[in-house]
Design a protein around this ligand. Structure first.
Ligand SMILES: [Zn+2]
Length: 216
């Protein structure tokens, strides 16, 4: 979606960072499919995107993002869904580097995204502190935890590919808004599970007093 919107063109560069390899359990939801099985995800995605948009400048970094030398970035997008890694990225690429985090809540209950564009707005670690006090949550009732497989849940996926596409769409929408100078609302939630009720309308949360990244 980003490449279709122009990422990597007109002098821009799109860098994909992923240490992971495409495994059978990824096939059901990943943009890539069987032909790229066991390939590095960043390299295979770059190859696929260049096939679809040959003029786009796309670079693959098949490394841990903590080792990646990204240099100056215009917009850093964290779509890993790994909370602790997101917190590391927030701290390592502090404001004024714009950072967009996008993730899936619980077992596909909702998708959310947070754009941090200045030091007075919340970062993803701020949101974690607010959530732990019961504030700024996505749903009124706590997110359910689905445990299955008794330790062999590697192949078990609690939500379908459509939820991943919702998350990607929200991320692309906010990246396009950022490119157009629209930074609000910085926190957006799209409820997927219609049996749940939305707890937090789209808003601009300020930084959290407990956040060690924003208050250091
Ligand atoms: Zn913070």
């Amino acid at each position: 979606m980003l490449v279709k919107a122009g990422a990597g063109t007109c002098g821009g560069k799109l860098t994909l960072v992923d240490l992971d390899h495409l495994l059978p359990q990824n096939i059901g939801r990943h943009r890539l499919g069987f032909p790229d099985l066991l390939s590095n995800k960043a390299e295979a995605m770059a190859k696929e995107l260049k096939r679809l948009a040959p003029s786009a400048d796309i670079r693959a970094l098949p490394v841990d993002v903590r080792q990646a030398k990204l240099g100056e970035v215009d917009l850093l997008i964290d779509a890993t869904g790994e909370e602790s890694l997101g917190h590391w990225m927030c701290g390592h690429y502090p404001s004024p580097t714009p950072m967009l985090s996008v993730w899936i809540e619980g077992p596909g209950t909702a998708v959310r995204a947070l754009l941090r564009t200045n030091a007075s707005g919340a970062c993803c670690r701020c949101l974690w502190h607010s959530n732990s006090r019961g504030e700024l949550r996505s749903t009124l009732t706590p997110l359910s935890v689905i445990l299955a497989g008794h330790g062999c849940e590697g192949l078990y996926v609690p939500f379908p590919a459509s939820v991943s596409v919702h998350a990607a769409s929200l991320g692309a929408e906010m990246a396009l808004d950022w490119a157009n100078g629209v930074y609000s609302p910085a926190l957006r939630t799209r409820l997927i599970d219609r049996t749940q009720q939305l707890a937090t309308p789209d808003c601009d949360p300020p930084r959290d007093q407990e956040c060690p990244i924003c208050n250091s």
